[in-house]
Design a protein around this ligand. Structure first.
Ligand code: NZQ
Ligand code: ZN
Length: 391
């Protein structure tokens, strides 16, 4: 195991009706003037935004609001939010929504206290400070409610890039599984796929002897495999929703990823798909993961055979571990298809003729130096081969 520091200061408030405590939590963490940030309408329609406002009113905390965050959130609204926060002297950003809303809130929070262009952070500049952030989560997926990350699409070139910094970790996150019951089955499945990817991309490590985190990841994967069909069959199954929601947070606050190298090649290849086609991140991952894993299998067959055996219940074939490994990737693919996810470019709405463009932006776009590094290094030639496996 490698040396590590793990800092995860977020206070999680989990359970029914916890959104009514948003005001109390903002107060506890020092907020006096709040920006309520939300998406395209689901949180308004469900009455959630009104409940959050009431809880702020109860604590006599004033607020301003900015809605309209799109899935795969855009830089344009971030600039607007930064201006609004400066004008209104906002000191706390409250995101009410999914990963897109939370990531947009994080970008605003970092941009308000920075003199330069917030996009610098998405080109590698370290984030030292940000306004305090709180979240009320409405979809179990991205894990942004507990992560130090934010992913934004720059409309100037349509680059989808990530920024990172502990200052982006929310002060609190309110997790009420009931709020996810209004999700369409497709979005629920996209979320489950994203969580599975966050687990796989930590499992695929080049660090040896990391039994504790291997076993924790396996437990979370098994939970998803058990709960996914239950929640797809009955969207109002509170306990299944609750188990998936906490799995989503645990999968990405890095408690199960410490002390080990991680992969993230599937995410890198997927981000180019959701940037170009505006598909859901989870749907893109459903197509990306089996292709990336099939290509990466040779690099460490025993790792793929191990997850196949321990998580997917495949018979371990010690004489031919590549057979076990391959069967495990097939089991993952079948699981994703069973919850309604696309299996290839065509079902995702992606086009074969765009592969050169995807490869170019992945490896050289927005200042990149030609190689993506994860479980293996991916250059243009390899990226082209992997995208071709998705046809
Ligand atoms: O905009 P509204 O109307 O709210 O609709 C949203 C959106 O259309 C809808 N939705 C959310 N909660 C709902 C609901 N509809 C009905 N009932 C509810 N309770 O669902 C749609 C998708 O929402 P979005 O926030 O985009 O989903 P998700 O949480 O999957 O976030 C995806 C974004 O997060 C990024 C992705 O790249 C993508 O841009 N990621 C962020 C990460 C991070 N910050 O740590 C890590 C991830 O790997 C990921 O890359
Ligand atoms: Zn993700």
């Amino acid at each position: 195991m490698e040396n590590f520091e793990f800092y995860s200061p977020t206070c999680f408030a989990f359970g029914k009706e916890t959104e009514n405590k948003a005001g109390e939590y903002v107060k506890r963490f020092g907020g006096t003037k709040v920006l309520i940030h939300f998406g395209g309408g689901s949180a308004v329609k469900s009455g959630l935004i009104d409940r959050v406002k009431s809880s702020l009113d109860k604590e006599k905390i004033s607020y301003t609001e900015l809605g309209g965050v799109m899935p795969n959130p855009r830089s344009g609204l971030v600039y607007k939010g930064i201006e609004l926060c400066k004008k209104e002297n906002v000191d706390f950003v409250l995101a009410v929504g999914g990963g897109s809303v939370i990531d947009s809130a994080k970008a605003i929070a970092a941009g308000v206290v920075y003199d330069g262009d917030f996009w610098d952070f998405y080109q590698g500049k370290q984030i030292e400070k940000a306004l305090s952030i709180g979240t009320v989560l409405t979809i179990a997926a991205a894990g942004s409610e507990g992560s130090p990350n934010s992913v934004i699409t720059n409309e100037n070139g349509m680059f989808k890039r990530g920024a990172r910094g502990d200052a982006l970790r929310p002060k609190f996150s309110i997790l009420n599984p009931e709020l996810t019951q209004t999700l369409p089955a497709y979005q629920t499945a996209c979320g489950i796929t994203d969580i599975m990817a966050h687990l796989y991309e930590r499992y695929l490590t080049n660090t040896k002897e990391v039994e504790v985190t291997d076993r924790l990841i396996e437990a979370l994967m098994l939970t998803l495999i058990h709960e996914a069909p239950r929640v797809i069959e009955n969207p109002n199954n509170y306990d299944a929703r609750a188990n998936i929601m906490w799995t989503g947070t645990m999968a990405h606050n890095n408690s199960v990823g410490v002390g080990r190298s991680q992969d993230w090649n599937s995410h890198a290849l997927e981000h180019e798909l959701s940037a170009l086609y505006d598909c859901a991140h989870g749907a893109g991952l459903a197509v990306t993961m089996p292709a990336v894993f099939t290509y990466q299998m040779e690099h460490d067959i025993m790792r793929f055979a191990q997850v196949a055996n321990r998580v997917w219940g495949c018979q371990m074939d010690f004489a031919h571990p590549e057979v076990t490994a391959k069967t495990g990737i097939e089991a993952l693919r079948n699981f994703l298809i069973s919850i309604g996810m696309p299996r290839n470019f065509q079902e995702l709405g992606a086009k074969k003729e765009d592969i050169p463009k995807l490869v170019d932006v992945l490896c050289n776009g927005d200042g990149r130096k030609g190689v993506i590094s994860g479980f293996i290094d991916i250059d243009k030639d390899i990226a082209q081969k992997i995208y071709s496996l998705m046809l």
